[in-house]
Design a protein around this ligand. Structure first.
Ligand code: ADP
Ligand code: MG
Length: 338
């Protein structure tokens, strides 16, 4: 076969292979966009485990009518414009990949209105072909609607699990995001049924309470530690609250949920002498640091990060947690002495 340039639609579908694994990835990308748009209220409506329908409505800043086609164009973003912007990026998105990727593997529609627009505008995408922008009805904010995920990529569709499993992935995803955004109200519905209704919270603690139950905070130590540009706050579970699986471990770097080896190692070490083998600590922790000190552009779905000063971050985390857990260590010694 000769070398040839691939068509745009196929390029987007290839990108979708990296970014969009399942309905939960669609929900993640769309909710992140709503957060970046400054939404204070986000409604998520699903059907068929999110395969049939994901509809996300926000009250954020909206999109200009003439920019709607751009929003669905690859590598088009309002969030960065230069390498310096990329290196200090604070928004969740910056790659300009999510919407065109999702649109290339589903039936897709955006309706949006900025605060000062007289009316809303709508654009649709069908098999990668964009419709004209048409007037529509919508309050200020944006609704993004995705139907029939992977309808045109049977090989991917086949890999989707049951409605129940896909739904539970979405719920996990949303809970994690909601923990990091107490200031945003969140409403989740599946097939017309309410699954989660969170009003805007005043603090992380209030949100943790609403999502993980009162007992979580009762069995946790509150942490707040700042050293040389690094800040850690949140809640770490007492050794007695440890679980048989790692299902209650939330670590956010600049409010982004991440899995990271450096972090995992520091946490494990800090708990090493207070936990039995095979038990997993619970925690909701927020590490905040200068955005230039961490590279978020190492993973297409941004689930991983790279710290510029790995050692420093590791030691800071270990010390903060070790110190907090020292109280419980002292407690254990005295119980043993009795
Ligand atoms: P990225 O988030 O990386 O910029 P996306 O493909 O997710 O790329 O979105 C493309 C652009 O569309 C964004 O940069 C933003 O300007 C706009 N956009 C997407 N979703 C929303 C939304 N809910 N509200 C306002 N603007 C949005
Ligand atoms: Mg985005």
């Amino acid at each position: 076969m000769p070398i040839r340039q691939l068509p745009e639609q196929l390029i987007n579908q290839i990108a979708a292979g990296e970014v969009i694994e399942r309905p939960a990835s669609v929900v993640k990308e769309l909710v992140e966009n709503a957060i970046d748009a400054g939404a204070t209220r986000i409604e998520v409506e699903l059907d068929g485990g999110g395969v049939k329908l994901v509809r996300i409505r926000d009250d954020g800043g909206g999109i200009a009518p003439d920019e709607l086609p751009l929003a669905l164009t690859r590598h088009a973003t309002s969030k960065i414009g230069s390498l310096e912007d990329l290196e200090s990026v604070q928004s969740m998105g910056f790659r300009g990949e999510a919407l065109p990727s999702i649109a290339s593997v589903s039936q897709f529609r955006i309706i949006s209105r900025r605060r000062d627009d007289a009316h809303a505008s709508m654009i649709e995408a069908d098999n990668g072909r964009l419709s004209d922008v048409r007037p529509a009805q919508h309050p200020p904010g944006t609704t993004v609607e995705m139907r029939e995920l992977f309808f045109n990529v049977p090989a991917r569709r086949k890999f989707l699990k049951t409605e129940r499993t896909e739904l539970s992935h979405i719920e996990d995803q949303l809970r994690a995001m909601a923990l990091a955004r107490p200031e945003v109200g969140l409403h989740l519905k599946h097939a017309g049924r309410d699954l989660l209704r969170l009003s805007r919270a005043e603090s992380i603690a209030e949100r943790v309470d609403a999502l993980l139950g009162e007992s979580f905070l009762e069995q946790s130590l509150s942490i707040e530690h700042h050293v040389a540009g690094l800040s850690l706050h949140g809640f770490v579970g007492l050794p007695t609250a440890a679980r048989s699986s790692a299902d209650r471990q939330y670590f956010f770097v600049n409010r982004r949920l991440v899995k990271d080896r450096v972090i995992a190692h520091a946490v494990k070490q800090a708990y090493a002498d207070v936990l039995f083998h095979g038990r997993y600590p619970t925690f909701v922790l927020f590490l905040d640091l200068d955005p230039t000190a961490v590279d978020v552009n190492v993973h297409p779905a941004k689930a991983e990060v790279r710290f510029r000063e790995q050692r420093m971050v590791h030691d800071f985390l270990f010390r903060s947690l070790h110190e907090a857990l020292a109280q419980t260590r002292a407690g254990q010694v005295s119980t043993q002495a009795n």
